[in-house]
Design a protein around this ligand. Structure first.
Ligand code: AMP
Ligand code: ZN
Length: 484
């Protein structure tokens, strides 16, 4: 079946047909992080969504080139650099490497290219020059350059492709120099911002004098340089639709570099926002979580990824800690089933179970309907558990289920299921079974506490192990450690 995606441009679900005449190569650009702080879980919802889209396209057999920029110069960063009084790169490097660490923690594949805006200033200047030459941009006496919406529209282009705009309310001749502005204040926006004292040492030379690029031109220049003037998919969170993505279209199409009849981007995909306890995340409301906050609470990247992958990307997702605990339980149920299937399958090999693969593909082809895909997976888990409970599952059937899961997991990206390890209290030197020595040592201490009937201490060690990602199961054969 063909993959269908909701395209913000057409406001409808469309069949995905790549620009590549051979139908093989696919280019994806996803707006990356603004590295002025640690990423919050809302940001990561969007990046996990981009990772899912890329993985599913690969699953469908496309040769994907995934580009994600790093915004390392824009208004918010400059404000922070001024406060911290450190060089720009010193400030952004820390958050940039934290971001890539976080992406890995969440099991996201590293994009093929991760351009930094500051490395592409010449490409941005060149693009601005093209826009001036085509009469849709103009320099101002202070040495800034603005995009003229009026001239762009007069040249036959449409401004307002992703959102509906009220041009009646527009005030011609007005300009907006901030990177972010509301739909109501639609006006000529800055492509190049002349150096001002508040910029400190953040500036580059340009034909218009010293200054720095506007945020929107960064993405137009980087995406077209790396994926060509016309590419398949552009992704981001829904807040980027306006002005960022609208302005990207205006700059890229205004430069007239696309092959005749082609757009800058064929499919625009926007992920809905993540709310916390039903509210917009904000530090003042105390509902603001970075990924690291959740890791410190004892959750793993795998559990957080699983939770973020639960809802369809166009649905607003309400994050709660209770929901995350629920995700931990559901994931443990899946892991437990896979573990048992491995025990039954042993070394038996089989082709992937067609029924499970088909249900998964049907769901994902429908605009990446992951909630439906999970529905199919958990139905399968229930059926497998029923057979397992009755000892009625054959090794080839278990192997066929596992083979299907392995293919599905190239998309879910949850990684290999933990293998069950037996760690008996008497044997604390055993690290070959995959239990780290310090974890075994804790188990030993817990067993000692139990022998001494110090249940308070034994419970507290159990909690400590849980925070480190391990649960203890007491079995007739002894205590058993299992990774959460
Ligand atoms: P930023 O680092 O602010 O440039 O944002 C990086 C990405 O995170 C962008 O695609 C935003 O649209 C997205 N984003 C920001 N806040 C949220 C949120 N609460 N839920 C989902 N995505 C978000
Ligand atoms: Zn962008």
């Amino acid at each position: 079946m063909a993959l269908k995606l909701f395209n913000t441009l057409s406001r409808s679900v469309q069949e995905f047909v790549p620009l590549d005449p051979a139908g093989k190569q696919v280019g994806i650009y996803c707006c990356g992080p603004t590295v002025y702080d640690f990423g919050h879980i809302g940001n990561f919802r969007t990046f996990v969504f981009a990772d899912l889209a890329r993985r599913y396209l690969q699953f469908k057999g496309y040769a994907v080139r995934h580009v994600m920029n790093v915004t390392d110069v824009e208004d918010k960063i400059i404000a922070r650099v001024r406060e911290a009084n450190v060089p720009l790169r010193d400030y952004t490097a820390k958050f940039e490497s934290a971001f890539f660490e976080d992406l890995q923690t969440l099991g996201c594949l590293t994009p093929h290219q991760v351009p930094q805006a500051t490395e592409f200033i010449p490409a941005m200047i060149e693009l601005i020059q093209k826009l001036i030459a085509r009469g849709v941009a103009y320099a101002t006496p202070d040495g800034s350059v603005y995009f003229s919406i009026e001239k762009y529209r007069a040249a036959g282009h449409q401004y307002g492709q992703l959102v509906n705009l009220n041009f009646e309310a527009m005030r011609p001749g007005e300009r907006v120099s901030n990177d972010e502005y509301a739909k109501e204040s639609v006006a000529d926006f800055a492509l190049w911002k002349a150096r001002v004292p508040e910029d400190g040492a953040v500036f580059w030379p340009s034909p218009w004098g010293e200054g720095r690029p506007g945020w929107h031109i960064e993405c137009s220049a980087m995406s077209m340089q790396l994926l060509g003037p016309s590419f398949d998919l552009h992704l981001g969170g829904e807040d980027l639709m306006f002005p960022h993505h609208e302005d990207e279209i205006a700059q890229s199409e205004g430069a007239g570099v696309q092959p005749h009849g082609q757009k800058f981007v064929k499919y625009w995909l926007h992920g809905a926002h993540l709310l916390v306890e039903g509210k917009k995340m904000s530090k003042s409301l105390g509902n603001f979580f970075t990924l690291r906050d959740l890791l410190n609470k004892g959750f793993s990247g795998r559990q957080i990824r699983f939770l973020l992958l639960n809802a369809h990307y166009r649905e607003t997702f309400n994050f709660t800690l209770k929901g995350l605990e629920g995700a931990r339980t559901a994931l443990a149920r899946l892991d437990e089933c896979l573990l048992k299937l491995r025990e039954v399958a042993g070394n038996t090999k089989a082709d992937a179970s067609a029924a499970l693969m088909e249900k998964f593909t049907d769901a994902m082809d429908e605009d990446l309907n992951i909630s439906r895909a999970w529905g199919a997976v958990f139905e399968w888990v229930t059926a497998m558990n029923r057979f397992l409970a009755k000892n009625e599952l054959s090794a080839p059937d278990a192997a066929a289920g596992l083979a299907a899961w392995e293919q599905l997991d190239t998309v879910f990206g949850l990684g290999t299921t933990p293998t069950r390890v037996m760690a008996v209290a008497e044997d604390t030197s055993n690290t070959t079974n995959g239990v780290p020595a310090e974890i075994n040592a804790l188990l030993e201490q817990r067993q000692a506490a139990r022998r001494e009937k110090d249940f308070k201490r034994s419970d507290s060690i159990r909690e400590q192990l849980k925070k480190l990602g391990w649960v203890i199961e007491d079995t007739p054969k002894g205590a058993r450690l299992k990774r959460i």
